[in-house]
Design a protein around this ligand. Structure first.
Ligand SMILES: [Zn+2]
Length: 97
């Protein structure tokens, strides 16, 4: 069982995104995809409880894996590696966003 909230928090910290850790519902943050656009007015909405985010600016969306895949331009397997997750993850874990 993978904790998607935990993983998304890792991502937010990795890309220096300011967020409110005490808020499990939706909140607006600046987009972690800094290469895509300069997001001074936070246009990315993140839901830490669900472990997902969606950016209205660049269309970045999904869970921690999707974010790493898009920002780092790596395939799923590499994203798992970067997130320090074991390979025992099943495809269905990924699809239950
Ligand atoms: Zn964005």
């Amino acid at each position: 069982m993978i904790d998607k909230s935990e993983m998304l928090i890792n991502i937010l910290e990795r890309y220096d995104v300011r967020y409110n850790p005490n808020r499990s519902g939706e909140q607006s943050v600046s987009c972690p995809n800094k290469e895509a656009h300069d997001d001074r007015n936070p246009s990315c909405s993140v839901n830490i409880g669900k472990g997902v985010l969606f950016c209205q600016g660049c269309g970045l969306s999904g869970d921690a894996y999707s974010v790493v895949m898009v920002i780092e331009g790596v395939p799923f397997v590499k994203a798992i590696e970067q997130l320090g997750q074991p390979y025992t993850i099943s495809e269905s874990d990924f699809l239950t966003i």
